[in-house]
Design a protein around this ligand. Structure first.
Ligand code: BES
Ligand code: ZN
Length: 442
């Protein structure tokens, strides 16, 4: 195995699950590991404490006459649950054919580590980089980056740059370079319905008292109509329609409806009638149920009316929806539909707006040339359904756009069991970094 892969595997073995307090030390060890790596490359790393997990910054010696490129990534990973559905140990990187199976392999360790190694190669060969580079690696992306926007505010001057580059999105297929020029935003909430003051015998009281699990289900059912349109009043009022050029461009991509069925294993699609699967996934807002709880979940039956039940919702947002406004509309909607016989608590969660940039700008064109040189093929231009809320904060606070140069393949299984990254994309990522820094040179 190449020394680069051996090193990547060491990085992957650190179980840096940001959401789980049991892994707090592991997340820190991962940040320390990066600091050591940057030191060994001759960069100047800094580990910054935050109220949560640390931020790692590393830079080369800046020179005044060349552009500064910020490379963002996240070293935290999603939890491994359901762990029984992994074919291999989630934190023991396992190579099968071209694929490396491990939590974080694609999202996002493999993708940003390829940039780190690209920089290392260039430094070894030339002793310098064509541009000033600032790596910004955080440990809280998977929990909504609660401390990163304040960090950007505090270090606005130190982080001043001309452009940001991120590999944390997808490619439309193996070998097809893809520039993502837009991301959906996100807004999360959780609501709990409180009914009786204690769990009740469902025979003794059923029928006369409200059942919180039923009420939660009813509230969830108010979210969509039979055409899958979200029914929260004013939900669509600031949605920017898709542009004709992008609908045309996406229509020329391989059949997205068929690919969506194939990748997800569903029997058929369900969605707004006038939009293709790609348009819905990349350019339309949604209301999703991410979790429902309440009542007996164990083996067999238990005749109970649970005293409370809950659901976790998230909304994917498009330009120009305002996440805080959407959370307000959604909370009002849920409260308005909760019967007086129950109490509802709505807890608002993390949120961030959608992001779009011009893929034909000077930097967008440089990114396209770099992708073409790494993959020997013309890049496709897409938007994506996932969210990286900090990207809009980089625009608002640092004042620069972000080039989203994704390396995730459709079957990489991010956030799911058997997450994997291909060795080919890992190597292409290293080439991509080298080409990108060269293209961004003055
Ligand atoms: N890498 C993903 C985002 C992503 C995935 C963008 C695929 C485009 C295509 C990122 O790590 C992620 O999972 N983001 C979360 C954001 C949230 C927790 C604030 C998401 O999209 O759910
Ligand atoms: Zn993720």
């Amino acid at each position: 195995m190449s020394p680069q892969l051996t090193e990547f595997f060491d990085f992957l073995r650190i179980p840096s699950v940001s959401t789980d307090s049991k892994h707090r030390e592991d997340v820190r060890n991962c940040a320390d590991w990066l600091v050591n790596k940057f030191t060994s490359m001759g960069l100047k790393p800094e580990l910054h404490e935050t109220p949560g997990h640390p931020v790692v910054i590393a830079r080369n010696e800046p020179k005044p006459d060349r552009p500064t490129v910020m490379i963002y990534g996240h070293y935290d990973v999603q939890p491994v649950d359901p762990v029984d559905e992994w074919d291999t140990d989630p934190f023991e990187p396992t190579l099968k054919g071209d694929k490396i199976f491990c939590r974080g392999a694609t999202d996002n360790k493999g993708q940003h580590f390829a940039h780190v190694l690209g920089v290392e190669e260039t430094l070894k060969e030339h002793g310098d980089l064509p541009v000033n580079v600032i790596f910004l690696l955080e440990g809280e992306e998977e929990i909504g980056s609660p401390n990163l926007a304040p960090f950007l505010e505090q270090h606005r001057e130190a982080l001043a740059c001309d452009i940001c580059a991120v590999s944390d999105t997808g490619m439309i297929g193996p070998g097809i370079p893809t520039l993502t020029y837009g991301l959906r935003g996100i807004a999360c909430l959780e609501f709990t319905i409180h009914g009786p003051s204690l769990d009740l015998h469902s025979g003794v009281y059923g029928g006369a008292v409200p059942n919180p699990a039923t009420i939660v289900s009813r509230l969830i059912a108010t979210l969509h109509d039979e055409n899958e349109m979200v029914q929260i009043p004013d939900f669509y009022s600031s949605v920017k329609p898709l542009e004709d050029w992008e609908r045309e461009m996406w229509a020329s991509l391989p059949d997205g409806d068929a690919a969506t069925i194939e990748e997800t294993g569903v029997r058929g699609l369900l969605g707004e009638a006038d939009y293709t699967a790609l348009e819905q996934r990349w350019g339309r807002p949604t209301a999703e149920v991410n979790g429902v709880g309440g009542g007996y979940q164990g083996e067999g039956s238990k005749t109970v009316i649970p005293r409370e039940a809950m659901a976790k919702l998230s909304f994917r947002l498009v330009p120009d929806q305002d996440p805080e406004e959407i959370l307000r509309l959604a909370s009002d909607h849920l409260r308005n539909h909760c019967p007086e016989s129950c109490k509802i608590d709505v807890e608002l969660g993390h949120h961030g707006p959608a992001y779009v940039m011009d893929p034909h700008s000077k930097y967008g064109q440089a990114a396209q040339r770099a992708l073409e040189s790494a993959f020997s093929e013309k890049p496709r231009l897409i938007r994506e359904g996932g969210s990286i809320p900090i990207i809009q904060s980089v625009k608002d606070i640092i004042g620069v756009d972000t080039l989203l140069l994704g390396l995730a393949l459709p079957d990489c299984q991010i956030h799911a069991p058997n997450e994997n990254f291909t060795v080919s994309n890992f190597e292409a990522g290293i080439k991509l970094n080298r080409a990108l820094l060269e293209e961004l040179r003055n």
